[in-house]
Design a binder for this molecule. Structure first.
Ligand code: MG
Length: 297
């Protein structure tokens, strides 16, 4: 079960769902479900974040809604046909928190210390970019790198949660590319300055195409992860190599910063990061989560 955000031909934001390998208009399915259940005061769903905030985002919930509508009147006319324009799946997170050096071999490729506690930084929400959008690199900023990462979407507010409780606060997963202005980052590191600009520029966080509910992923700590630029495989690893696991990360952050529904946590990148340039096609693939494709201009 996968959900995605897209724009209707008239530009209206909608939610799509992949059910039995076919794409359906979930915004309409939900409206019909509300009519069947006679609950007109329940909100319409045009944004995945609202489904998460109102606690209706498990694969189990989605399946119940789809199958009830299917049994009542069929789904034939709700199939999404042809090309679609993807939208950012989570558009207004209160924050995007990223992990630095969460794979040993990535820390080593920059001769950085392997951390003994999670290292976190914030990424600007202006950086969000949908599947098939173009990563825009400003002129004269030097080297810019790709960084494929498993992204966790928070489902329920988390303040000072334990590692044991942490996974209950996860709504789902998606793919992120933590695009980084590497030359500027090196300059910032050398001078002890913050990473706000080198990490947070417009279009520097492609995410998607899908948000897969947490209960549809058996083990987020055992997913193959691969990034290609053109025909060249640059990064190839598995989420099992993360230094700090998802519950450790969530518990750690939540001791100090409250996590809100829709917040995005990028769990760090494996080794193999490298430069991208205008004209490149970057494809990020994580097992069970599809392929995130972006061009570079
Ligand atoms: Mg990163």
């Amino acid at each position: 079960m996968r959900t995605f955000a897209y724009l209707s031909p008239s530009g209206e934001p909608r939610i799509g769902v992949v059910y039995e390998n076919v794409r359906y208009d979930f915004t309409r399915i939900w409206q019909i479900f509300k009519e069947i259940r006679n609950s007109p005061r329940t909100p319409d769903y045009h944004f995945i974040q609202l489904m998460i905030e109102t606690g209706n985002f498990s694969a189990e919930d989605l399946l119940e809604v789809i199958e009830e509508v299917k049994g009542f009147r069929g789904l034939e006319d709700l199939i999404i046909k042809g090309e679609i324009t993807y939208d950012v799946p989570i558009q207004r997170p209160t924050k995007i928190i990223c992990m630095a050096r969460n794979y040993r071999k990535h820390a080593e490729e920059f001769n950085s210390e392997v951390p003994t506690s999670p290292k976190v930084f914030l990424k600007s929400t202006a950086a969000l970019l949908p599947n098939e959008g173009a990563i825009r690199i400003p002129r004269d900023i030097g080297r810019v790198d790709h960084e494929i990462e498993l992204a966790v979407i928070i489902g329920e507010t988390a303040t000072q949660v334990t590692e044991e409780e942490a996974m209950k606060h996860v709504a789902g997963y998606t793919i992120a590319n933590d695009v980084t202005a590497r030359s500027l980052q090196k300059e910032a590191k050398d001078k002890g300055e913050p990473w706000t600009l080198c990490k947070g520029m417009d279009t520097f966080l492609p995410i998607g195409p899908y948000v897969v509910p947490a209960d549809a992923i058996d083990d987020p700590h055992n997913l193959n992860i691969e990034l290609t630029v053109g025909d060249e495989t640059r990064q190839k690893s598995n989420t099992s190599y993360m230094l700090f696991s998802i519950p450790t990360i969530i518990s750690y952050i939540s001791q100090y910063i409250t996590l809100m529904p829709g917040d995005i946590i990028c769990t760090g990148t494996p080794e193999g990061v490298g430069p991208i340039k205008s004209g490149d096609l970057v494809q990020c693939k994580i097992e069970g989560l599809g392929v995130l494709r972006n061009t570079v201009i």
